[in-house]
Every structure is written in C-alpha cells, then in structure tokens.
Design a protein around this ligand. Structure first.
Ligand code: FES
Ligand code: FE2
Length: 400
C-alpha cells in the first residue's frame, strides 16, 4: 500500500452522539397518581369513570383506579358498590365474596357489608354482631351516569357535585347514549403507559396530519386529511384548539377540540359523522402510574355502529408486528414514548404549544389544590368542541 502523509487537518470530532446522555427524568407533577402525592390528591378531587354498567354484577370484579386496587359489585337491589378488597375483619379478599340482596358477604367468617361498607351481619358473633355498627368496610361513593360508573376517591368533605354535560341533555328519538371502554386501538385492556402522555395528545392536532393522515395512510376520513390552521385558547376549565381547513368542495371546516382539567377530553368524531357540537365526552383514567384507559360516552343513532380507525384496511388487533411498524397509530406513538415519557429529554417546538398550555392549566389547578383552594369543577358543562362545517363566516365563531 502506498504511503500517505498524515493529514494536517485536525480530525473532526463527532458531536451529538448518544454517548454520555444524562439519565432521563420525568416531571412528577405530571405523572403521579397515588394518594399522598400532590397530583394524586388533586386527581382525587374529581369523579372518575372506571367501569361500564355491565361490569357491575353479582360476581365481584377487581378494578384499579389511581393506583388503588378495589372490588366492584352490584347488589341484588341493583346498587353498584366499590369497596376495598381486604375485609375489615381479618383481611381476606372480597374477591371471593358472595353478593347478596343487600351487599357483599365475606367468604371467611361471613361478615356482610352494604355498598357503603356498613356491616349488616356477623353470623358467628353473639346476636349476629350486636356491635356490628362499630365496623365498616372501607368503601368509595359511586355514581352511574348514562351507563358509565364513576367513583370519587377523595376526601369526603371535598366531594364535588357530579358534573354533567349539556350535549346529553337531549337525546333525539332514534338516538341513545353508549358507554364505551374501548381504548386507543385496544378493546378493553389498559394502555401500558402513563395517562398524562395519552391525555395531552388531545391538544396536539398536528399529529393528526402526520400520524393519522399521512405516515400510516388516512386512518380517518378525507375531511381530516389537510394541514389545518391551528390556534389554542385557554378556557375556564382547560384548553381548546381550533383546527381550520377549507375542504375540497369549498366548504369551511372549523373543528374545535377541548380538554378540561384534569382528564376530560371532548373530541368531535374524527370520522366527521355529524356536523355540529361534539356528540361524545371521554375521560382518560389513570389506572396506575403506568396504565391508562379511556372511557367514552357517545350519543349516537340507534342503528349506527361504532366507527373504529382502520390501519391499512384492518382493525388494530388484526395487525402483525410488521404492520404495526408500517401503520402505527395513537397506541404505537404514545406507548412508544415509554411507560412514562422523559420530560427532561423533550424539545418542545411551536406545534407543541397546546401541550404546553394544557400542562400550564393542569399545574395551575394542582398548585391551587395543594395550597388549600377548592378544585374548580364545571357543574353543568356547555360543550364547545365540534365539527362545524359550512360557510366560513357562519361557522368560524361556533364553539367560542
Ligand atoms: S375475614 Fe372477612 S369475615 Fe373474617
Ligand atoms: Fe391521535
């Protein structure tokens, strides 16, 4: 080999390699859900859906909400009950309890508890428990609303009135309200990542243009495919985005999407089934720090099947692993951020403004509650979100 003179030019050192990356961290204020943490306590000032009505039966069902394991049942009088799993006598689980007309009976020594934990019977104590009113199985209040079961896991003295939504005030003839616990892609199982990264995605309309309308083909409909003009706005209870497009037929499509602190998401159908206010409200439930589930109430025509996103013409559960790679959707993108996303490694850009604004709105409430102020709740909420399509001047101000 011919001899070459060593170069006089200094060797260029590579930069930006992954070598020596700092250990990533997350923002605990955004991800904690457990009782005793500031965010876990703030979340416990709100009602959360955790089951559909059909989940509460005479067979005790284990559920997890905000990191707490609990037992759901429905007594013979039709009342749902949500109790701590470990019996207040000697601690066996009520998972093996027997549901009766007026409560759930522990399998071990037969203590019977009603849906509010009152002990009604102690069959092997004298007088079947002369002092049974001294014992109470730890329980939580529940509320059924349009086929969805909600729980309040917070301090009893701060229990808010149950909030309702104006779009469910009137259900036209031939329509009904469906309670759905489908997840992003999954059918019923929890999504294995922190709830906040799933929830803030609602204020990220630009991912629709890339992930849902281009990268993986069009997963929704043609009306949703164009690059929108986007603006974000704080509201009394959170943040909303406006996404404006001119459709191929010349009509103006003013789409409004909103999130309410802490975990309500009001998103009009991405299949653009209805022109007008959104017909659904959904909640992003933190099951635990690393498990999430979305519960949705939808007002729909009786004969309209639930639309599901298609990935190269298939349902999410039908995809092979390689197809998941070629046609990713929300599940892949959000679980791909890790079980808990790395806030320290993010590089937020202009298109992330809605995400930043929602974090700000969330932390405002978090800090207020931590300082002893009440958690704001909407009472009866006037929904702003919708698909508003028509003449620009007529639709641009809808959802204000
Ligand atoms: S442990 Fe439940 S009745 Fe004894
Ligand atoms: Fe999405």
């Amino acid at each position: 080999m011919a001899y070459t003179e060593p170069s006089e030019t200094p060797v260029e050192i590579d930069t930006g390699t992954a070598y020596g990356m700092a250990t990533p961290t997350f923002d605990p204020e955004l991800i904690e859900v457990e009782a005793g943490t500031p965010t876990g306590e703030m979340l416990r000032r709100y009602w959360h859906p955790f089951a559909v009505a059909a989940d509460a039966t005479d067979v005790p069902k284990p559920v997890r909400i905000l990191g707490e394991d609990l037992i759901l049942f429905r007594d013979g009088q039709g009342r749902p009950g949500l109790v701590h799993p470990r019996c207040c006598h000697r601690g066996t689980t009520l998972y093996y309890g027997k549901v009766e007309d007026d409560g759930i009976r522990c399998c071990y020594h037969g203590w019977l508890f009603d849906v509010e934990g009152h002990c009604l019977d102690m069959p092997v104590e004298s007088g079947r428990g002369q002092h049974r009113d001294r014992y109470r199985q730890p329980w939580y209040p529940v509320h059924e609303y349009h086929g969805m079961i909600f729980a309040y896991l917070g301090p009893p003295e701060h229990k808010p009135p149950f909030p309702t939504y104006d779009i469910f005030d009137d259900v036209p003839d031939g329509w009904h309200i469906v309670a759905d616990d489908n997840n992003i892609g999954l059918e019923g199982d929890p999504t294995p990542c922190n709830w906040f990264q799933t929830h803030e995605n609602v204020m990220d309309p630009f991912h629709v243009f890339v992930l849902h309308a281009g990268f993986s083909g069009n997963q929704f409909v043609a009306e949703m495919a164009g690059l929108p003009e986007v603006s974000w706005h704080f509201t009394d209870h959170g943040v909303k985005s406006h996404q404006d497009r001119v459709l191929d037929d010349g009509r103006f499509f003013h789409r409004v999407t909103e999130v309410l602190v802490p975990n309500v998401r009001i998103v009009a159908s991405p299949f653009v089934e209805f022109n007008g206010p959104a017909a659904s409200v959904a909640w992003t439930l933190p099951i635990s720090r690393t498990e999430t589930k979305i519960f949705t109430l939808m007002k729909r025509p009786l004969d309209a099947p639930l639309p599901r996103a298609l990935y190269d013409g298939k349902r999410w559960g039908e995809l092979t692993e390689a197809e998941h790679q070629r046609f990713p959707g929300d599940y892949e993108a959000q679980v791909g951020q890790g079980a808990i996303t790395w806030h320290s490694e993010e590089r937020l850009a202009g298109s992330d403004r809605g995400v930043s604004m929602f974090r700000t709105a969330f932390k405002r409430v978090l800090h207020a509650v931590a300082a002893g102020e009440p958690a704001p709740t909407p009472g009866h909420y006037a929904v702003k979100a919708g698909n508003y399509i028509g003449d620009r001047d007529e639709v641009i101000h809808l959802g204000e």
